[in-house]
Design a protein around this ligand. Structure first.
Ligand SMILES: [Zn+2]
Length: 257
């Protein structure tokens, strides 16, 4: 379905700025009801971010039917979109931008990223996310259950009254350690099949060279959420490169899917 932007009064209407923002509609647009001064600042922001985007844009990450997270030549079929945000220290300014970008010392820009992903890669990511806390929880529960069984607890208490509590703590620690080790082993195994860090993907390696970094990385594994649907709107979530559109009207109707 082509997107039609009806507000022809908007100073960004039909411009490449509009294409880059890729808003769902004029009503939902972040630019709505901005005065001219604010509009200038917004354009400055967008221009600054455009300098941080590779020439070819980043749409190759999601405008594809094959998984971008699969390693090797055999790629899975795209069934999900792995989504996250990445940050850049540029542009370095203090105030809060109109795109909801918080100007902190570390982050000048935040960009939503979506990556075509197959079932297998998603499963690996989710397993790595949950394996450690689940292992810990199971060991804790096991310790608790064992220590609540009288024929086990009472002989221990006869040795020293605090022993059941100590055994429980040992179970918990074993769970923590076991979870970590298991996760590490899985990381090594999964890492051969899946890019566990999104910046290992070619397109994002180019982004890294332009100063982008991960906001929510967890021990070498990118933290992503999975969605069946593409992001509806947001900076560079549509099909556009970083700079000026080849023809101004290309921005008015951008096609989805
Ligand atoms: Zn995959």
């Amino acid at each position: 379905m082509p997107r039609v932007y009806i507000n022809t009064e908007c100073p960004l209407h039909g411009s490449d700025y509009c294409a880059r923002l890729n808003m769902e509609s004029c009503d939902a647009c972040t630019v709505r009801r901005r005065n001219s001064e604010e509009m200038e600042l917004l354009k400055q922001d967008l221009d600054a971010i455009a300098k941080l985007i590779p020439e070819e844009g980043i749409s190759e990450l999601f405008q594809t039917d094959t998984c971008m997270l699969c390693r090797g030549t055999e790629k899975g079929k795209r069934t999900w979109y792995a989504q996250t945000d990445i940050g850049n220290a540029e542009p370095r300014r203090r105030h809060i931008g109109f795109l909801g970008i918080k100007r902190e010392a570390r982050t000048g820009s935040i960009l939503p990223i979506q990556i075509a992903c197959c079932d297998a890669c998603r499963r690996r990511y989710l397993t790595l996310q949950y394996i450690a806390p689940i292992t810990t929880a199971i060991c804790m529960a096991l310790g608790l259950i064992l220590m609540s069984i009288r024929p086990i607890r009472e002989p221990l208490m006869a040795i020293t009254p605090a022993l059941p509590a100590i055994v429980f703590v040992v179970f918990t620690l074993c769970g923590l350690m076991g979870g970590r080790l298991w996760r590490k082993a899985l990381c090594a195994r999964y890492g051969k099949k899946t890019y566990l860090n999104i910046f290992q993907i070619d397109a994002l390696q180019r982004m890294r060279r332009l100063g982008w970094f991960e906001l929510y990385e967890d021990r070498n594994v990118s933290r992503v959420v999975f969605s069946k649907r593409k992001l509806r709107q947001g900076l560079y979530t549509g099909a556009c490169g970083h700079g000026a559109a080849a023809e101004p009207n290309a921005a008015v109707e951008t096609t989805e899917e």
